[in-house]
Write a protein that binds this ligand. Structure first.
Ligand code: ARG
Ligand code: ZN
Length: 874
């Protein structure tokens, strides 16, 4: 049931032109396709293979070749394959079929979201629309006619340019679109609805004017400004940074409420989950603004990294996703605080990606096999893929990297290629070899690097010894520095003759290439503190035995923002472990005073920007702490972390209150970096203050909640109450919040999530209430994520309740969603799938729930793959 990369074969046929006609009705849609095809003689010279098309849940009406209808014995229709036995070298194939978009709850292919029709074709949704060669290496020119009732669906969209429109009988109308760029069918899109449009324009670097349009349901037209702005900035940035110009006269975005993922880069017609595009100050938080900026950019950047140059097959998914995530992270870093962006990306790697890489679904960035490709839209493919591209950037430098990307786009424009071709372009443009480096794409798991140091005070040498876990070593770029007693970086020279030729230590980046390697620095006048893996220069676990005093020193002095933050995290981790041990020994827990001192001095610093300060104040998350443990005991981790947090809160309360007061100024809301950072820091202070038992601080939250004119401050105040012991205040705020916002689904989703994800309100009893609430809808992925996703992902002490009730609740919902929406069901399995990592009593209960899911009839491929791989005996 798995398919393998090694079995890849070029397609036997080419589809030169694809002509589609959609007749949309409330109870069905008719799809007529005319495909101009020929045999792929370049790849398969003498083979007379039959034509095999794929189709899923289609009602076939008729097939004709060159205008002659096929009789029943000229083709075979079985399961998801349509085989036409005999075809000539070039021909036109016409197919008519029907589908039922209104009953499509999987949200793949053509489906209805609210009152509109829309599509999601990546990865394999197009086969739910019509019979086709649904694979990314078959690229075609698409012309699409859409016909629907004019009153209900005045707006009819597809890829490319509108070329014709007209009114038809019975109040229906038709619009035809033509996309001049060859593309695989996964980039096809269609939208029909009663939509309003926000218009803008962009002048490209070569002076072409591009019309920009964001289509939304009428009630959302006041939430489109920011996405339009982000789109323009993305277009400009891609020109400046990568030399990439947009290539059509029109670029459209459509917002839909029901969407499995964040958004989709369909050529010229991006379709977005409304939560990833709609924002105004009253309804969206700063966090949503940042997400919108990043996703608008991401989808836009795909126009080159994904669409102009696409993937040969789905094993190459990271070719477009890893590279595009890297591009959007550079964009976000340029628009906001670069160090904070790095901290956030590293945190996702260390919590979510490292966990995936240590679990049953671990896979290389270029996988060798899969059962269901939808299961491989993972943090590994996306974020680890991006980290690998980032390492290439570190190795080649900014100029070399740009030379490589220029060559890649030029060489492969219009092609469907592999990851290897991306790396080759980087190599060829720089006259260098990345052979050893490519191992990153091929092997799963997180490399561990252990580092030891030795200072020889007589010889004035400082030696760092690196050891990597893998017997077949990776090439790991380790950015590092040595810090002297005065807090300044030492400009240390490598000892001559001690380093063999393959070693490289340039501009603070050491290329670790062997299993064990030694760096010796000469003329080091005093023992330095090493700052290792600066900027999180590789997605690895690096161990070095720092003392708490050294960590405090790094927090103060490291010139690398990422490592300054990381030193604080490591110090806090160490203290939390100690408190965990004290709880488990039954001794009185005691928080090392140095942690408090360190936080005090962080609060006193005015040379660090607010965004960075806010990050430095946060303790490592429960998930991250868990990820650093061999056996995860969520309840013990939470107990120790909460204890440390409340001790810190009490000790810092006055300082935090001062800070809060200073930052809590009246200003008109702008979604720009400085204000966001200020609000972020202020609200971090507020949430600490509510961890104390001084009621006056809860009054601050109540006041902020009542007076705020923006969602960021309202939500932060609400969250701080919901996540602390102030029950009465939280209750009444939750109630008035819902009263005020019930007509705004995106706000209601945040309201659901803040409860479902909290320790106080995310109890089984409350989750069941939320699932029954009028605002909940199991068919809407955003609602599922807000309640069930937030519960299993954030409300950890309830999800991991000792009686197993959390696991059971999740399994119930997975079983329910398995038939309705397999992709969403499958994603929910993830928290259970990592059962082996947990303390035994919990592990066994998680396993039982997986077994219960496994015993269901009609398991979708999606759920089956994850559950069965989780249960394989090791
Ligand atoms: N290519 C999209 C993006 O990353 C993701 C779409 C994937 N959709 C899915 N159903 N698997 O921008
Ligand atoms: Zn993407």
């Amino acid at each position: 049931e798995s398919i393998y990369l090694k079995d890849y074969q070029a397609p036997h046929f080419v589809i030169e032109e694809t002509h589609l006609r959609f007749d949309l009705f409330e109870d069905y849609a008719q799809v007529d396709s005319r495909l101009v095809m020929r045999r792929n003689r370049e790849q398969h010279e003498n083979v007379e293979a039959p034509l095999v098309l794929v189709g899923k849940q289609l009602e076939l009406l008729a097939i004709a070749i060159d205008g002659v209808r096929l009789s029943d014995d000229e083709y075979l229709l079985e399961d998801e394959l349509l085989t036409i036995h005999k075809v000539s070298d070039s021909f036109e194939l016409e197919i008519s079929n029907r589908i039922e978009p209104q009953n499509n709850t999987a949200l793949e292919g053509l489906y209805k979201s609210g009152g509109m029709f829309c599509t999601q074709c990546e990865a394999e949704g197009f086969r739910r629309i019509t019979y086709y060669l649904d694979r990314p290496d078959v690229m075609s020119i698409f012309t699409t006619e859409v016909i629907a009732d004019k009153a209900k669906y005045p707006i009819l969209l597809s890829n490319g340019n509108a070329i014709a429109q007209g009114d038809l009988e019975n109040g229906r109308h038709s619009v035809s679109w033509h996309d001049p760029h060859r593309k695989p069918c996964y980039l096809f899109a269609l939208v029909a609805g009663d939509l309003m449009v926000k218009e803008g324009s962009f002048m490209t670097m070569n002076g072409r004017k591009v019309e920009l349009k964001i289509f939304v349901e009428p009630q959302n037209i006041d939430k489109t400004e920011y996405a339009m702005d982000a789109l323009k900035r993305s277009m400009k940035w891609d020109e400046d940074k990568y030399g990439r110009e947009y290539d059509l006269d029109i670029f459209m975005i459509v917002a839909v409420d029901d969407f499995n993922m964040g958004a989709m880069e369909n050529k010229g017609l991006n379709i977005f989950n409304s939560s990833c595009v709609l924002a105004n100050p009253q309804t969206a938080t700063d966090a949503s603004y940042l997400r919108i900026e990043a996703i608008v950019a991401h989808e836009y950047f795909h126009n080159w990294s994904g669409n102009r140059v696409t993937c040969r097959d789905w094993f190459q998914l990271s070719l477009k996703e890893g590279f595009t995530v890297y591009r959007d992270s550079q964009f976000t870093a340029d628009m906001n605080s670069a160090a904070v962006k790095r901290i956030e990306d590293a945190s996702i790697m260390r919590t979510v990606q490292f966990a995936e890489d240590a679990g049953p679904m671990a896979h290389p960035v270029q996988p060798d096999s899969f059962m269901e490709i939808a299961n491989f839209y993972t943090v590994t493919i996306y974020e680890k893929g991006s980290e690998i591209v980032g390492m290439i950037h570190k190795l080649l430098g900014a100029k070399g990297f740009r030379k490589g990307s220029d060559l890649y786009f030029e060489r492969h424009d219009g092609q469907a290629v592999t990851i290897n071709e991306f790396v080759s372009a980087m190599e060829d443009a720089n006259g260098t070899s990345l052979t050893q480096f490519k191992r990153w794409y091929k092997s799963a798991g997180t490399p561990v690097v252990n580092v030891e140091s030795y200072y020889d005070s007589a010889a004035k040498t400082y030696t760092l010894t690196f050891n990597q876990s893998c017997d077949e070593p990776f090439l790991i770029p380790i950015e590092l520095g040595l810090i002297g007693r005065n807090g300044q970086d030492i400009n240390a020279e490598l000892a001559a003759g001690l380093i063999n030729k393959r070693d490289a230590y340039k501009k603070g980046i050491f290329q670790l290439t062997e299993k064990e390697q030694v760096l010796v620095f000469t003329d080091v006048k005093e023992e330095p503190v090493p700052s290792l893996l600066r900027d999180f220069s590789a997605p690895i676990k690096l161990n070095y035995d720092y003392s708490r005093d050294q960590l405090m020193f790094l927090m103060q002095h490291d010139s690398d923002g990422f490592n300054r933050w990381d030193a604080g995290q490591n110090l806090a981790l160490d203290v939390i472990y100690e408190v965990m041990q004290q709880f488990s020994d039954g001794t009185q827990p005691k928080v090392d005073g140095r942690l408090i001192t360190a936080y005090f001095s962080v609060l006193k610093r005015d040379d660090i920007d607010h965004a960075m300060l806010a990050k430095m104040l946060l303790l490592p998350s429960v998930s991250y702490i868990g990820e650093t443990q061999d056996v995860i005991d969520i309840l013990a981790i939470n107990q120790a972390r909460s204890y440390v947090q409340s001790v810190l809160a009490e000790a810092l309360a006055e300082k935090l209150a001062e800070l809060y007061k200073k930052l809590n100024v009246q200003q008109s809301y702008l979604p720009e970096p400085e204000q966001m950072a200020q609000r972020g820091l202020k609200n971090a202070a507020l949430s600490y203050l509510l961890k104390t038992d001084h009621k006056k601080y809860c009054d601050l939250a109540v006041t902020q909640f009542e007076n705020s004119d923006n969602m960021t401050d309202s939500m932060a105040a609400l969250a701080s109450m919901v996540n602390s012991g102030y029950k009465a205040q939280a209750e009444s705020a939750l109630e008035s919040f819902y009263d005020k916002w019930q007509a705004e689904p995106l706000v209601v989703n945040q309201w659901l999530a803040v409860q479902a994800g909290s320790a106080e309100y995310g109890t089984i009893e409350n989750i069941n209430k939320l699932l029954e609430h009028e605002a909940f809808d199991i068919k809407n992925p955003n609602k599922v994520r807000s309640v069930i996703g937030a519960f299993a992902g954030q409300s950890l002490i309830n999800f991991h309740a000792l009686d197993g009730s959390g696991y059971q609740l999740l399994a119930d919902k997975i079983i329910l969603l398995n038939q309705l929406n397999p992709q969403i069901a499958s994603r929910l399995v993830s928290p259970l799938s990592k059962w082996r990592r947990y303390v035994d009593s919990q592990a066994q209960q998680m396993k039982q729930q997986l077994q219960r899911i496994m015993a269901q009839n009609n398991l979708s491929k999606d759920v089956y793959e994850v559950v069965s791989k989780s249960l394989i005996e090791k």
